[in-house]
Ligand binder design. Structure first.
Ligand SMILES: [Mg+2]
Length: 254
């Protein structure tokens, strides 16, 4: 395999895209592994949860999150309320029926751990910052303004990312092309001048494509590529040629 010397890390790759858009959760911010760590800590505080093996419970939590996040990301339900429901259901799976106050306590405990144990995807904030010295960076995310603004601050990217485009604010969630159109408007770029980087094949890759934006797939867990046209992909932000992989997707030959 050809290796890229460190000195060529930020080598020119032809014409730069005007706008590079990133997904937030599980692309820059390590949402899934933060969830897992918070769940481990919550199980320590509430031992009845341990009746379910950790990995099964983690998968179950991510499934419940998928099932309850829709109205939250569009600003139609509070995150606190959805979290309470998730923990009532998780407890029920472990054989415990909770009264609302107990579900609230459990959900609050989890949230406190989640905030304490937050982590970036390894290498991602540094790569985004490096890219931000060369072109404009935006984030397109299915979540609320407050939650994602706070995450950007935590990641040290508050002054790097502009625009931050959330489903809550726009009223459409990825993969709907309208949220990408909003990002292009706010980032002052044409679809052909932008690139979208994200971990979700449906939300980020297919969504970007439906808006005419060239996608780059962040395939961290090396899952098989779904059917369809080939897309540039990378598995780690710490790969020496990561910026070139991203930027090359924006050149006509990419
Ligand atoms: Mg994601």
């Amino acid at each position: 395999m050809r290796r890229t010397p460190r000195s060529r890390r930020d080598a020119p790759v032809g014409e730069l895209p005007r706008l590079v858009l990133f997904d937030m959760d599980d692309t820059i911010f390590d949402h899934s592994l933060t969830c897992r760590a918070a769940l481990v800590a919550t199980r320590r505080a509430f031992p009845f949860l341990r009746r379910i093996p950790l990995d099964a419970q983690w998968r179950s939590y991510l499934t419940l999150l998928g099932a309850t996040h829709g109205p939250v990301m569009l600003g139609r339900r509070s995150g606190v309320d959805a979290r309470r429901e998730r923990f009532a259901r998780l407890a029920a799976q472990a054989g415990r029926r909770l009264v609302p106050d107990e579900a609230e306590t459990l959900a609050r405990t989890y949230r406190d751990h989640y905030q304490r144990l937050r982590r970036p995807v390894p290498g991602a904030p540094e790569a985004v910052r490096r890219l931000g010295r060369r072109t404009r960076i935006g984030v397109v995310t299915n979540n609320t303004v407050a939650e994602q603004t706070e995450k950007l601050r935590f990641l040290g990217l508050g002054d790097v990312v502009d625009p931050l485009v959330t489903s809550e604010e726009v009223g459409w969630a990825k993969p709907d092309p309208r949220i990408f159109a909003a990002a292009l408007r706010r980032g002052r770029a044409l679809p052909s001048e932008a690139i979208m980087v994200g971990d979700s094949w449906t939300g980020d890759v297919e969504g970007a494509r439906s808006a005419g934006i060239r996608p780059v797939w962040f395939n961290r867990f090396r899952i098989p590529r779904p059917r369809g046209p080939a897309v540039p992909e990378f598995g780690s932000f710490r790969a020496p040629d990561v910026l070139e992989t991203i930027l090359r997707a924006g050149t006509p030959a990419g």
